[in-house]
Write a protein that binds this ligand. Structure first.
Ligand code: GDP
Length: 481
């Protein structure tokens, strides 16, 4: 259970309860079957239905993936448009466009994959600047990456709400009955970026889904974890129930299934873990993401972290009188793993535990892998470190995260950890209380629709079913619990 060292090895289940297929060569990606030796055995098992759907997805991906006969037929159809012939019937696709920060990309890729699973589409991944440096192939025998000669590739950057093939824009021009007026086009662009409008949001309505079903190629750009709203579409309800009897496990399972660090990133993770984190009684991760303007470190953020950690007994308090008393806990050691763009928090927390004894007598060691100062999404090593740090956080026993940050959501979901979330500070003061325990390990959907598709009016989508609720860190967001 929590608190015991991960180095106590029980026989490890490298396929994670059937989540992973055995069909890969171990050498193709060390982390795929190797990660299990760094993780506590998960007490959570994927449903047998999820396992069987993943295997059938893999078979479909193999049949329809890049450079297969089916793929080439679908490509011809895409090139020639829908006047030429009836659409190929065997394979339909959804193309995920690389967009936004790495945490966002991981969450949207998981969302798009689940959408593909629900709609029997093949997921193809735009590699963007650096996706191939970060992630191994998750599906055996056929790549998930979009081939470089994909005809719409040059348009990805320009795709937006005013693109002629944007579904929301087409609805504006043809509403209300698009489905009756239009022959399904060869492709559509789906705009699910946070600035999307009411028409774009009709993606989450079942009538629109039944129209989209007929379109062979969908291209999606999003920076949101939109899965919570898929749970509110009646046509997906039963399937989602069968896939995920426990709703709060959705990203945990999809994340562990899809995201395997490349050998380079795995090297960063393994070397760091072995040098700094193994051998402690307990590991505490603190993910610090400050959305304020101005460069940190900020005193109120430091105070908030310490207030949260001591109040919730995640870290021992210190004795500022420096009276060292013999204590029963002196043999215990805690490692604190900080991630932050700024180096300042590490220095202050480390010094606090150097300059003062802890009340419990425990030893507290404080580490931070990098301090990159600012976001540099196009740089290879910057992204590799960001991915390694999310992963390292997921290997801790206890997690403190920052509000609004997808970086933290990825760590908590992969780790199977229900974090303590630091409330977002207002006016540079420490919120009271400073943090709260999350209801579930699921990420928050930051920009959900508030629309009742049947009644055609606004509704609070956080009040419809018990398993889709408003988030702890963003009152208008939605999350699975
Ligand atoms: P979000 O903005 O917090 O939701 O997370 P994203 O991952 O989408 O975007 C933030 C980006 O900033 C990351 O992908 C990194 O490039 C960078 N970044 C933010 N915090 C950290 C950190 O603690 N460590 C590292 N290495 N990079 C970070």
């Amino acid at each position: 259970g929590e608190g015991t060292s991960r180095s106590v090895e029980e026989p490890k289940d490298k396929l994670l309860g059937g989540l992973l297929t055995a069909g890969f060569d171990e050498q193709s990606c060390i982390s795929r079957y190797g990660s299990v030796s760094y993780r506590k055995g998960s007490e959570h098992r994927p449903s047998t239905y999820l396992v069987s759907r993943l295997r059938s997805y893999e078979a479909l991906h193999k049949q329809c993936g890049p450079n297969t006969e089916s793929y080439n037929r679908a490509m011809d159809y895409l090139r020639l448009g829908n006047a030429s012939a009836p659409p190929p019937s065997d394979c339909k696709y959804i193309v995920w466009v690389s967009f936004s920060g790495l945490g966002n990309r991981i969450l949207t890729l998981a969302s798009t994959f689940l959408y593909a699973l629900l709609t029997n589409r093949i997921l193809l991944v735009d590699p963007g600047a650096n996706m191939t440096d970060l992630f191994c192939e998750p599906f055996p025998e056929a790549s998930w990456f979009l081939p470089p000669d994909f005809p719409l590739k040059d348009q990805f950057n320009g795709f937006g709400q005013s693109s002629p093939r944007c579904y929301g824009k087409m609805l504006k021009e043809n509403s209300p009955n698009l489905a009756n007026k239009l022959k399904p086009p060869s492709y559509l662009y789906l705009h699910l970026v946070h600035d999307y409008d009411d028409q774009d949001k009709l993606f989450f309505c079942e009538d629109d889904q039944s129209f989209l079903k007929e379109v062979p190629w969908l291209v999606m750009k999003t920076d949101n974890y939109f899965i919570p709203s898929l749970f509110l579409i009646p046509t997906f309800e039963e399937e989602l129930n069968n896939l995920f009897p426990r709703k709060e496990m959705v990203f945990h399972f999809l994340g562990r299934y899809l995201f395997h660090p490349t050998d380079t990133v795995w090297g960063l993770i393994e070397r760091y873990y072995r040098a700094y984190l193994s051998g402690f009684d307990k590991k505490i991760g603190i993910q610090i993401r400050v959305f304020d303007t101005g460069t940190g470190p900020f005193q109120h953020v430091l105070d908030q972290i310490l207030a949260c950690a001591t109040r919730e007994h995640l870290l021992p308090g210190v004795d500022k009188d420096k009276s060292i008393s013999p204590n029963s806990d002196t043999q215990k050691s805690k490692a604190v793993l900080i991630t932050s763009l700024s180096p300042g928090y590490l220095e202050q927390i480390r010094d606090l535990y150097w300059e003062n004894p802890t009340i419990t007598g425990e030893v507290v060691s404080v580490f931070q892998p990098s301090h990159e100062e600012y976001q540099q999404t196009e740089k290879q090593m910057h992204n590799q470190k960001a991915w390694a740090e999310m992963y390292l956080l997921s290997l801790t026993d206890v997690l403190i995260t920052s509000s609004w940050s997808t970086f933290g959501y990825v760590a908590q979901g992969l780790g199977g950890l229900r974090p303590w979330i630091l409330y977002k500070p207002e006016n540079r003061t420490v919120p009271d209380p400073p943090c709260r325990r999350a209801m579930s390990m699921e990420p928050c959907f930051h920009a959900p629709p508030f629309y009742d598709c049947r009644a055609k009016r606004g509704i609070d989508t956080g009040e419809l079913v018990p398993h889709v609720r408003h988030c702890e860190d963003m009152s208008w967001g939605l999350k699975l619990v």
